[in-house]
Design a binder for this molecule. Structure first.
Ligand code: ZN
Length: 226
């Protein structure tokens, strides 16, 4: 799972924070029901634009490609578990709409892996067939959470998702495979290859690709977030 980087909350037309201003204007504690009553479709759309930009247009859990119309705003800690985080910018991410995986499959199950945590990048492994498993090297304290997340988010039970991952991995192998050996010896070349694959071609499933092809993850982290 790709660790996310969250930029500042988008501004509203008065120059205030999109959600924080709304929260202040309520003049009371935030409720879960405020999400469907106070937060208009227009506000959610502006929020999703900011999130999709931060996430390079990929789902916060499965890393499939998203756009403004086929995504929803996901509460990482569900509203019924933490109503006070309903309008918390740091608790929100753009997520795919598919009912058989990710936010809609998980529903209000909690907890699942938080994609804002850097270490989630090494929790899962992917093979050439697009199958995702919990990494053997995961620290013991994270193993149950990773296993629950894989199951509850449907990361390896959705046939469409597995097929798509397999196709993208094979595409990368056919298109860039001849450069892998050289890129392993040359960080600059490796960075250029990732730039072409991920930013120019906009490929989804970035951590799955790197895992399946035994390529290092570190350039997905820190300052350079592919
Ligand atoms: Zn997803």
């Amino acid at each position: 799972m790709r660790p996310l980087n969250r930029s500042d909350e988008p501004l509203n037309c008065n120059g205030g924070g999109l959600f924080s201003d709304l929260e202040n204007s309520l003049g009371r504690k935030v409720r879960s029901s405020d999400w469907n009553v106070k937060v208009t479709a227009g506000i959610k759309r502006v929020a999703k634009q900011g999130m999709l930009s931060d996430q390079h247009g990929l789902c916060c859990y499965c890393e499939e490609s998203l756009n403004i119309d086929n995504s929803h705003v996901e509460h990482l800690v569900p509203r019924n578990h933490a109503p006070e985080l309903t309008l918390d910018w740091g608790n929100l991410a753009a997520c795919c709409q598919n009912n058989s995986r990710c936010g809609h499959k998980r529903g209000s199950f909690h907890p699942v892996v938080n994609p804002y945590s850097d270490d989630c990048i090494s929790w899962f492994e992917c093979d050439f067939r697009g199958r995702l498993s919990v990494s053997e090297n995961i620290p013991d304290e994270h193993r149950k959470l990773a296993s629950d997340s894989r199951q509850m988010l449907g990361l390896d039970s959705c046939p469409d998702l597995i097929r798509r991952r397999e196709r993208v991995i094979l595409y990368v192998l056919r298109t860039w495979g001849e450069f892998f050996d050289d890129a392993a010896q040359d960080e600059g070349l490796f960075e250029m290859m990732l730039y072409e694959m991920f930013l120019e071609h906009g490929l989804p499933f970035r951590t799955s690709i790197l895992s399946a092809l035994h390529l290092p993850y570190h350039l997905l982290q820190h300052e350079i977030r592919f």
